[in-house]
Design a binder for this molecule. Structure first.
Ligand code: GRF
Length: 209
């Protein structure tokens, strides 16, 4: 049974998709141990509690400096001995020591087709603003392992989404979530939980199902 800790900063619709997929059996061999947020107001914490999942807030504001926050955050994550850490809209830079401690065991969902519209500065609505500004016709979402870079780790799954005439960043964000994110994040977790994902030469290899 894969033990999962989910880290979130906001609404938690991706978290909800994972909770639902575990309940309806589309994710097997996995259990949500805890949800951790940096933001006390994150609605994701309510979603977790409503489903009987342990929910915690560790805010940088509670600490004197980044180093102490990082330590407390890592300690909390470690306390669950997770097999997989899922960043589902987590707007905190993951401490490097944590990345080294959990190689290919941290995944992130990014709302574009990496390597487009990713890296420093591309988060939340900014990604979709960039897409509309450039005028690309296809965007999408990516689930990838987290390495020391920003959105540079091995890509596990991607799904394209059409950009439509007249889209606003908000409308596009919603479509990318509905058509891609809520689909590929649970799918990636199920693949990992069932031993279907390996990393070879810096690339994720997904076994045929
Ligand atoms: C998603 O678009 C995710 O890709 C991004 O942040 C958003 C989180 O949304 N990194 P939610 O909290 O899951 O509703």
């Amino acid at each position: 049974m894969l033990k999962i800790v989910v880290c979130v900063s906001g609404g938690g619709t991706n978290l909800q998709a994972v909770i639902d997929a575990i309940s309806n059996g589309s994710i097997t061999n996995a259990r949500l141990e805890a949800v951790i947020s940096n933001n006390p107001g994150a609605y994701a914490l309510e979603r977790a509690k409503a489903h009987g999942i342990a929910a915690f807030c560790i805010s940088p504001k509670q600490f004197e400096n980044r180093e102490s926050f990082n330590q407390a955050f890592l300690q909390k994550v470690d306390s669950f001995q997770p097999d997989l850490i899922v960043l589902a809209g987590f707007l905190v830079v993951i401490p490097e020591i944590m990345i080294q401690q959990y190689p290919n065991r941290i995944i992130n969902i990014h709302p574009s087709l990496i390597p487009s519209f990713c890296g420093t500065g591309y988060y939340g609505l900014k990604v979709h603003e960039g897409v509309l500004e450039r005028g690309v016709k296809v965007t999408g979402a990516t689930v990838h392992f987290v390495d020391e870079g920003t959105d540079t780790g091995p890509i596990i799954l991607q799904k394209p989404v059409q950009v439509e005439e007249g889209d606003t960043p908000e409308v596009l964000q919603r479509r990318v979530m509905e058509q891609a994110e809520w689909n590929i994040l649970p799918k990636a977790i199920d693949l990992i939980a069932n031993g279907k994902v390996t990393v070879k030469d810096g690339k994720a290899v997904v076994a045929k199902v």
